[in-house]
Design a protein around this ligand. Structure first.
Ligand code: NAD
Ligand code: DAU
Length: 332
């Protein structure tokens, strides 16, 4: 297949591009704006692969999108602003990328008549005390991040309903694994533990997340792209749920630091208490997650330990200023 992968220089998109090139022999064009979260280094091993191409542009740039789409058979859209805390502090870019960017991509896909897959999130359903969300659950997003992602999902669905675009939506739960930017819970805690920095737990640490190893999510997206029915949304959730405090305690155990590093800090405004996805519809297509949380977390800690060259430039750059703004203290 010839794929246009938007946002493919980020965490999940780069894992997806790698899988498609190495396991499926796809010709992949990555279009990415290279925001603070996107890095060409994430795709370094694919640079010389047959049919691989990188285009630096925003999804809101119609001319660049049309040119990049050229002879592609399908578009997979990962491009997004993805950090909930940043959406609370500065929502502007979330609105441009998720609303205008998604619209531009949909128009280009419609003009070419190609299949379109929107990568979305369990956060569009909001928080759930008990049980799990299905694809029929109402959308009830809580943050500027999830509200703009939900808006994008509705626009995608409308392009199928109105224009007959072969559009699909994949809603993932919390991903973790190699190449994740250290603003997110797991890599932040791993790197802080490795440096002996405090481990900032929001509120009481009892918020529950449904964890999926990034390679399982990437495989799920590829599976839905190939086997899903146009017009449908598919939940692609992980096999395990855990409260944040338990996740932090596991990282403490794997890195061998003291529990005294845990620091309870002011809670995130509007913090969703629990996410849980029922993924029977994706499983019925023949996909299932392979990696349990305990194994995936150990693999992730090992990857960050072994790949200092990947995170050292991040941890010594703009991320320091972000961290100080967010946590009111400097990184060690
Ligand atoms: P990320 O922040 O690591 O990467 C996002 C990528 O998009 C970066 O490479 C960035 O440069 C690029 N980008 C941002 N704005 C752009 C624009 N306007 N035009 C082109 N490129 C742009 O994010 P991620 O964690 O890899 O998430 C990828 C997708 O998966 C997102 O749509 C996100 O909502 C969704 N998702 C993420 C998770 C998770 O746990 N990380 C879970 C479910 C769904
Ligand atoms: O559920 C899928 C979503 O998961 C994706 O759509 C988002 O793009 C992704 O960022 C993620 O959102 P979360 O808000 O769940 O992830 P985050 O890693 O920011 O936080 C996970 C949990 O840990 C959440 O309950 C907040 C808490 N937390 C986070 C940070 C960064 C802390 O307690 N301390 C922290 O320092």
């Amino acid at each position: 297949m010839k794929l246009l992968v938007c946002g493919g220089a980020g965490f999940i998109g780069s894992n997806f591009a790698r899988q498609r090139v190495t396991e499926h022999g796809d010709a992949v064009t990555v279009l990415d704006k290279l925001t603070y979260a996107g890095r060409e280094e994430n795709l370094a091993d694919l640079r010389d692969a047959p049919g691989f191409r990188f285009v630096c542009a925003g999804i809101e740039d119609a001319a660049a999108v049309v040119a990049a789409l050229e002879d592609a058979d399908a578009v997979v859209n990962f491009a997004a602003e993805t950090h909930v805390d940043r959406s609370i502090a500065e929502p502007d870019a979330f609105i441009t990328t998720h609303a205008v960017g998604t619209f531009v991509l949909l128009e280009a896909a419609r003009a070419r008549g190609v299949r379109y897959l929107q990568v979305s999130t369990d956060e569009v359903y909001g928080s759930i005390e008990e049980g799990s969300f299905t694809e029929a659950s109402p959308l009830a997003p809580s943050s500027p991040y999830s509200a703009t992602k939900a808006g994008a999902d509705l626009l995608v669905a409308s392009y199928h309903h109105t224009y007959g675009l072969e559009a699909l939506i994949c809603r993932g739960s919390n991903n973790y694994g190699p190449f994740q930017y250290p603003e997110k819970l797991i890599p932040l805690m791993v790197l802080n533990a490795l440096h002996g920095d405090p481990l900032p737990v929001y509120g009481d640490g009892q918020q529950v997340r449904n964890w999926i190893f990034v390679e399982d999510f990437a495989r799920g997206i590829g599976h839905v792209l190939e086997h899903g029915a146009p017009g449908e949304a598919y939940n692609v959730g992980g096999p395990d749920e855990a409260p944040n405090l338990e996740v932090v305690q596991k990282i403490i155990a794997y890195t061998g630091v003291s529990e005294d590093l845990i620091e309870y800090v002011t809670d995130r405004p509007g913090h969703d208490r629990r996410y849980s996805l029922g993924s029977e519809k994706a499983r019925a297509l023949g996909w299932e997650p392979q990696v349990r949380f305990a194994e995936g977390l150990e693999r992730t800690v090992d990857w960050y330990r072994e790949n200092t060259g990947w995170w050292e430039p991040i941890r010594s750059g703009d991320y320091r200023a972000y961290y100080e703004r967010q946590y009111g203290r400097a990184l060690g």
